[in-house]
Write a protein that binds this ligand. Structure first.
Ligand code: SAH
Length: 234
């Protein structure tokens, strides 16, 4: 491909991303630092080339049905840009930076890349499916400004060697917040995750903050995520 054709693709994806960011703003994402991080990450690199044209399709932006999300293989999906933006906005809250950050369920690596734009400290991301992790590693290596430490691990256990974290984000739904993640949260740190309702039929975003006295927990809007599974899959 000629350099000018490559530049053309870069320009098109920048413009498509700007439209996607406008759509996110209209849907209620207010944090400009989060929107700038989304603008900066080349989302099309995180899916198969055949699907790349769909990643900026903003009809997709706010769909809450995860069946409509883009497949990344192994039965997993790339989260909608709205979901990514919303979760990170909640995670950041009024802080200027995320600080040391842990992501459970790295999948394609897209959300980890967005997170890395919001902290000068390290982003650690774990994934339990080996081939997905390998692909995420390859993709992230193509984006030099992004620094993420990826590991094949059961995220239910967090990443004890790197704890404590100022921010933890989980991209898969569980019945309750894993105890290890709570214990790896720094004082004042935040955890954002989807949790199942007691009847197991619904999922809601929750944020949990570590206070000097313990933890405060707030339930937010309903969401749809793949389940958190235990163990590692090769
Ligand atoms: N954040 C991803 C989307 C993740 S989909 C992205 O931006 O592309 C949720 C991911 O969580 C899946 O890849 C799934 O394999 C992973 N997952 C589920 N349970 C897990 C666990 N216990 N530990 C680590 N990863 C897990």
């Amino acid at each position: 491909m000629t350099p000018s054709a490559q530049a053309g693709i870069g320009f098109t994806s920048l413009r498509s991303r700007a439209r996607m960011v406008d759509a996110l703003r209209q849907k209620g994402i207010r944090n400009e630092a989060v929107l700038a991080a989304i603008q900066a990450v080349p989302r099309h690199l995180f899916v198969d080339e055949a699907l790349a044209h769909r990643v900026y399709d903003y009809k997709n932006v706010s769909a809450s049905n995860y069946q409509a999300a883009l497949p990344i293989g192994f039965g997993q999906t790339l989260s909608h840009p709205y979901t990514v933006a919303r979760m990170i906005e909640i995670l950041l809250d009024r802080r200027a930076q995320l600080g040391k950050t842990l992501e459970i369920g790295a999948g394609s690596g897209y959300q980890a890349a967005v997170l890395s734009h919001l902290t000068e400290e390290e982003v650690w991301a774990v994934e339990r499916i080996a081939p997905l992790l390998a692909r995420a590693r390859q993709t992230l290596a193509r984006i030099p400004e992004v620094r993420v430490r990826l590991e094949l691990a059961d995220g239910t256990l967090g990443w004890p060697a790197a704890a404590p974290f100022h921010s933890i984000i989980m991209a898969a739904a569980a019945r309750q917040a894993p105890a290890e993640l709570l214990s790896q949260l720094a004082p004042g740190g935040r955890l954002v995750l989807p949790l199942l309702s007691t009847d197991g039929k619904e999922q809601y975003l929750h944020h949990i903050e570590r206070t000097p006295r313990g933890f405060t927990e707030t339930r937010l809007e309903s969401v749809r995520f793949v389940p958190l599974l235990s163990g590692i899959a090769s």
